[in-house]
Design a protein around this ligand. Structure first.
Ligand code: ADP
Length: 363
């Protein structure tokens, strides 16, 4: 039986990507084929460095089965990792460098938003992605404390551009580098907007796969300004399981919907506590609220994070748990959450029609 590209594409359109959950032809995972008689080489695009290894093997095996069923005698799958992203509309071209921006938000303070943002950023970096972390919590920037002393401090170039600090291999900018905390608390909306506009446009981010943006809690001026200034790919909402935290999250979700930022999903932090001495499992703040909330608002539930002293200690000591104890179960949990978030972005982007950047008119 002879094979041609048409036949191959037809066979591959029945293959579901195990991580994306859609067929590999319509979602642009399939990226071309070379045919030599009945020998086939299939090129696939892995849409995020955080694509799990086990699912990569599963993808290869599904492609092999489908093509052997179509008459191929040998099948080689050639993967290439290219992070999926949607080019920004030209009115939001303020941000140069990052392909995807992930806003980490929470309805109220103290639920572990900054902890989650930091560990997610570091986990994505451990997966091999190029990552930046923007601490946009104007009123209480905590990222510099959580990350400890930088390998490279922030700087300015001769052209008065800002170069991010480097902490544990990721690029970091905090509003805390530029403003005094006491000064910022009295700021009103227009001042916050001007500050963000000025410094976001001046930061020289590298060619990043993901920029994680730690927002202040609630639904205020910073969230609105950021959504107007930069193209936010999607938001991750952090909540604790109890009712009062959840009510605030609902307000946060409503705000993101209003400014048309997709909700990537909800993470429940401080879900349960397992005593390291006796193994007793306790649900201090109740349990399952995040999942129920996700169902109610129709958003994906991304996962839960236990209460663990090492998480708090890592944040206080400037060495987050993902770096301090990379082999621990809790770090593995952050690695899995990072994959889930990155895959949600890939699914969202690849499911949309391709948008090409508009060209500027040169006069
Ligand atoms: P937010 O950004 O929502 O205000 P933080 O990330 O600053 O919250 O976390 C508040 C405090 O709770 C910090 O001391 C942090 O180390 C701690 N914390 C956050 N998540 C956990 C967790 N899962 N287990 C233990 N302590 C945590």
């Amino acid at each position: 039986m002879s094979l041609d590209e048409q036949k191959i594409k037809q066979a591959l359109s029945t293959v579901m990507d195990p991580a994306i959950g859609a067929d590999i032809v319509s979602h642009r995972i399939y990226n071309g084929v070379e045919i030599d008689g009945t020998k086939v080489l299939v090129k696939v695009t892995i849409p995020t460095p955080a694509y799990p290894q086990a699912q990569r093997r599963e993808l290869t095996s599904r492609i092999e089965t489908a093509l052997k069923g179509a008459g191929a005698s040998s099948v080689t799958v050639l993967p290439e990792v290219v992070t999926a992203f949607q080019p920004a509309p030209s009115e939001k071209a303020l941000l140069k460098g990052p392909k995807n921006v992930i806003a980490v938000a929470a309805g109220k303070g103290g639920v572990g938003k900054s902890t989650v943002a930091t560990n997610l950023a570091l986990a994505l970096h451990r997966h091999g992605a190029k990552v930046g972390l923007l601490d946009a919590d104007v009123f209480g920037p905590s990222i510099p404390t959580m990350l400890g002393p930088p390998e490279r401090p922030p700087g300015t170039t001769a052209e008065q551009k800002i170069t991010p600090a480097i902490h544990h291999g990721i690029e970091v900018i905090s509003v805390g580098f530029f403003v005094d905390k006491g000064e910022a608390v009295v700021w009103r909306g227009p001042m916050v907007h001007r500050l963000l506009q000025q410094f976001l446009g001046d930061v020289m981010w590298g060619d990043l796969d993901y920029l994680i943006c730690d927002l202040p809690p609630g639904t205020g001026d910073v969230q609105l300004s950021l959504s107007q200034l930069i193209p936010i790919t999607g938001s991750v909402m952090v909540t604790t399981p109890q009712e009062v935290s959840i009510v605030d999250v609902v307000k946060g979700i409503a705000m993101f919907e209003k400014v048309e930022i997709p909700i990537l999903g909800i993470i429940e932090n401080m879900s349960f506590y397992t005593c390291p001495a006796c193994g007793h499992h306790d649900e201090i703040f109740s349990h399952g609220g995040g999942k129920r909330l996700a169902q109610e608002v129709g958003a994906p539930f991304l996962g839960e994070i236990a209460i663990d002293t090492r998480i708090r200690f890592g944040g206080d000591a400037g060495v987050p748990i993902v770096i301090a104890a990379p082999d621990s179960a809790i770090s593995q949990n952050f690695m899995n959450l990072a994959s889930t978030v990155a895959l949600r972005i890939a699914t969202t982007v690849l499911g949309k029609p391709k948008r090409t950047p508009r060209l500027a008119v040169i006069k």
